[in-house]
Design a binder for this molecule. Structure first.
Ligand code: ADP
Length: 872
């Protein structure tokens, strides 16, 4: 079985681990850039493996920023592009915006103004999808700046004017001051002196009113230059001195030198050569102190001018020479940058074109599949919903029968559509196997439970028996196993009219840590004719049904079941007698860490399982549409759940404060507070354990991106509206089992077993590459004690802000290990230190937490040794 090949049904748990890995790598940037880069690269590979687009975006973005720090602009450009693409796929528009914005800056650093502009246009387009209107303002100012630099003043003025309008609307005074300054400068360059004065004056007034001296520096300097140009030298001199004084606040040496240089030039213009020389030498000193190059050459030129006018040609010549040589140096650098950027532009244009073509094709296919599923499923669900309503109108027995047939047909059709979609994915190699640890008994029970509703409707009994030697937890692809069992069992129900169905799960073989398990589904249905049996698992082999009331299927279901079974390294077979019934057997290998009895021969003891009573499960349905409320409540009620209905986010929160719920089903599109916002509020603002309740999103969009967004925002699962009872129950059962599992995890000391499990998970994630896991654990074993020591010091100093920041950094490392009891406490510590509450508990909780961290660190070290010694 290929266990290290995650498929398109990305596992939430893996995304979680990857997110923590990314967060940990972020924490490393300041101290160890090399190591952080290494971890971002690892996280990128993992994200790519499980198609976790948001994670890919984060990794590319952070890597690009590191490239910028290292002045490797080519690599930065390429990574920012990839970041933007990944974020867009994940519908993370803020991420896409930040990436294209940063991409443009990188182009500017590279000297490519036109490519920078293109990137700014892209980010402007994306800014429309970001909720913050100021994003567009920022881009417009950048576009204005870039246009001014390339001499296109009219365009620049138009961009800044649009930006100003935005900041006036949002009421951001600082940005208004900044934008008026930019606008005034452009007007000055465009020789529209009066307008320039007007804008600079406006900028200054706002800056003064805001009481922000820093904001005053640039407009004051520009005002001085404007007055110089207008030959109003006294006013100019006053503004220069004001600006030079203010520049002391920011310690911006280049700005200060530039102002001094301009003042020096002013003195030359009014024949005050000694003053000019004095000021220009101060300018030279300032720039030399800063280590910058520009504008040293211009200062030398001005000094030369002053000496020449003063009548000292020898000194003048000396400074001219310095000016000339520096100017030459700068020119050469500029040419080098330009050449590089031209070559680069050529290469990138080619790559971009290829990329666009490829992306368009993928998009088209995605859209087609999504449209197809939506177009067919929407009316079918309408039919089903109405059928449900119709059956509640006291129909005659004859009408009831018709209604049932409609329902059966519609259900079958929905399944068929899903099957066809799946089949085409398997054909295109888009489905691969994604192994993780899960509770075998719970999974099988949930499949049976799910279909029991349908069997009950037909009056057929279902029984379930588990081999007593069955391991509790196995590692395999739970999602695909669920799908295969569902397929076979639903056929058994479909093709059985009387009698019963039996599901047996038995261990057939144990070898090392591998166990073979056979799932047998026996029915007393119509059976399959001998002639058809050999081809039953081939696509479109429908032997034709005896009973005309049963709609004929497409014959895709069994073909998919076989392919999925084989993908998991197993086999599927059938035995059947017409008129008596059929037995389908699926044998699959799994890994397990539990000790198992080797000799199973003759061990046929199995225990019958009580199928669950779901009436102790209480669900909160958050839905604003009355018809949807009605349908969902009916459905859930029929399955045995208790349901409460909240009409909006506010009501939902009120319910959650006063009542206990096991699960929330939430419509995404709601007025006022939408489902995403509500989930975030639940996750961040409600107390434990309410903030842990699983949330299943109900939404009208079927894209993978939408799903990623939902999961990224803290939702636990996602179903597309209109949904089938089938889908609804699967999602609900899965979350309920998961929540139970998590509840068991609490309050356990840190054990070898836990570290071992993290280690196994990581190994799986890193495709069994031991070296990667060892280096990750080594990093954690050094980071965890270092940060806990730091936290101790901050707590002692009662510096809560610093404590919070360190706790936050530690959190991602702890989360990577997935140790529930540590995670709970660090979440509490994070909340308390952030809000500066529960101070008396912080020390106590942290002390015990730190001890557990020490234990964890030593267990990690043991695990590192074990990994090093183990054979791969
Ligand atoms: P579908 O049910 O959509 O036709 P399948 O691939 O699931 O497609 O099944 C192929 C055919 O095999 C069915 O049409 C049915 O005739 C037959 N079949 C499958 N399972 C059973 C069963 N448990 N009892 C009798 N016939 C079955």
């Amino acid at each position: 079985m290929s266990s290290s090949n995650p498929g398109i049904h990305e596992s939430f748990e893996e995304q979680d681990i990857i997110s923590n890995l990314i967060e940990t790598a972020r924490g490393l940037v300041a101290n160890d850039i090399g190591q952080s880069k290494e971890f971002f690269q690892k996280a990128l590979t993992l994200s790519r493996n499980v198609k976790f687009q948001s994670g890919m975006g984060d990794c590319y973005f952070e890597l690009a920023r590191i490239h910028v720090l290292q002045k490797n602009y080519e690599a930065a450009i390429s990574s920012f592009m990839d970041a933007a693409a990944s974020y867009s796929q994940a519908h993370n528009y803020k991420g896409a915006f930040d990436s294209t914005f940063a991409l443009a800056e990188a182009y500017l650093n590279y000297g490519s103004y036109d490519l920078a502009c293109e990137a700014y246009y892209d980010s402007l387009e994306i800014s429309g999808k970001v909720k913050d209107p100021e994003c567009a303002g920022l881009v417009l100012n950048k576009l204005g700046d870039t246009s001014r630099l390339t001499g296109n003043y009219d365009k620049a003025i138009s961009y800044h004017t649009q930006a100003l309008r935005i900041f006036e609307e949002t009421g951001n005074r600082k940005m208004q001051a900044e934008t008026c300054y930019l606008l005034g400068n452009c007007m000055n360059w465009a020789n529209r002196i009066d307008l320039a004065y007007e804008q600079l004056d406006k900028s200054l007034n706002i800056a003064v009113a805001e009481g922000d001296p820093e904001l005053q520096i640039k407009p004051t300097g520009s005002m001085a230059i404007l007055f110089t140009k207008m030959k109003e030298y006294e006013k100019a001199e006053t503004y220069f001195y004001k600006a030079i004084d203010l520049s002391g606040i920011t310690q911006d040496a280049v700005l200060k030198a530039d102002l001094l240089k301009n003042l020096g030039q002013l003195y030359i213009a009014i024949d005050r050569y000694d003053d000019a020389l004095d000021i220009l030498n101060r300018s030279l000193q300032a720039i030399k102190d800063s280590g910058a190059k520009y504008p040293i050459n211009q200062i030398h030129k001005s000094i030369a001018d002053a000496y020449e006018k003063k009548g000292d040609p020898i000194k003048a010549l000396d400074h001219y020479k310095k000016h000339a040589s520096l100017a030459n140096e700068l020119l050469n650098e500029e040419i080098a940058v330009k050449t590089r950027s031209l070559q680069f532009k050529h290469d990138f244009e080619k790559i971009m074109k290829e990329k666009q073509v490829a992306e368009a094709a993928v998009k088209l296919k995605d859209q087609f599949i999504s449209n197809l599923s939506h177009e067919i499923r929407t009316p079918l669900n309408g039919v089903l919903g109405m059928t449900s309503l119709l059956s509640d109108t006291n129909p005659t027995p004859e009408q009831s029968e018709y209604i049932n047939t409609i329902r059966l047909s519609a259900n079958n059709l929905i399944e068929t559509v899903d099957n066809i979609l799946d089949f085409s994915k398997i054909q295109q190699g888009e489905i691969s196997i994604n192994a993780k640890e899960f509770h075998l008994r719970e999974l099988v029970s949930s499949v049976v439970q799910l279909l029991k509703v349908r069997a009950d409707e037909k009056g057929i009994g279902i029984s379930l028996r588990f081999d007593e030697h069955l391991p509790n937890k196995v590692s395999g692809d739970d999602y695909r196993l669920h799908q295969v069992l569902r397929n076979i069992l639903s056929n058994a129900i479909k093709y059985t009219e009387k009698g019963s169905i039996q599901v047996d799960v038995n261990v057939t073989e144990v070898k090392g840590n591998e166990v073979k398990i056979i799932f047998s589904i026996t029915d007393s249905g119509i059976g399959i004719p001998d002639t058809k049996l050999p081809h039953i698992f081939d696509i479109y082999s429908n032997p034709g049904t005896v009973d005309s009331k049963i709609p004929e299927g497409t014959g895709v279901g069994l073909a998919i079941a076989r392919q999925l079974t084989e993908l998991q390294g197993g086999t599927i077979s059938v035995n059947s007698t017409v008129g008596t019934g059929s037995v389908f057997k699926i044998e699959l290998p799994f890994k397990t860490t539990e000790p198992l009895k080797k000799n199973l021969q003759g061990s046929k003891n199995s225990t019958p399982i009580d199928l669950k009573d779901l009436s102790d499960v209480v669900i909160l349905l958050v839905e604003d549409n009355k018809v949807n409320q009605f349908l969902a409540q009916k459905l859930l009620g029929k399955m045995g759940f208790k349901v409460e209905i909240a009409n909006n986010g506010r009501e939902a929160i009120e319910f959650l404060r006063i009542k206990e719920f096991n699960l929330i089903l939430m419509d995404v599109q709601m007025p006022e507070m939408n489902g995403y916002e509500l989930t975030q509020t639940i996750r961040t603002s409600l107390p434990n354990p309410v903030n842990q309740i699983p949330v299943i999103a109900l939404t009208a969009y079927a894209s993978v991106q939408e799903k990623e967004k939902a999961l990224a925002l803290g939702m636990s699962d996602y179903i597309t509206k209109p949904y089938s009872p089938h889908e609804l129950l699967t999602a609900v059962m899965r979350q309920i089992s998961k929540a139970k599992e998590n509840a068991h995890k609490d309050n356990v000391l840190i054990t070898h077993e836990m570290i071992r499990q993290s280690s196994n998970k990581m190994l799986h994630l890193f495709s069994d590459n031991k070296e990667d896991v060892i280096s990750l654990f080594q990093m954690l074993a050094s980071q965890i004690p270092a940060i806990t020591d730091e936290i101790s010091k901050h707590i002692e100093a009662q510096n809560w802000q610093a404590t919070f920041q360190a706790v936050h950094r530690l959190k991602s490392s702890v989360q990577l290990l997935k140790i529930g009891s540590l995670i709970d406490r660090i979440n509490e510590l994070e909340e308390w230190t952030r809000d500066e509450i529960q101070k008396d508990r912080i020390t106590r909780t942290f002390d015990s937490f730190k001890k557990d961290c020490e234990l964890t660190t030593s267990l990690l070290k043991e695990e590192i040794i074990r990994l090093k010694n183990s054979k791969s």
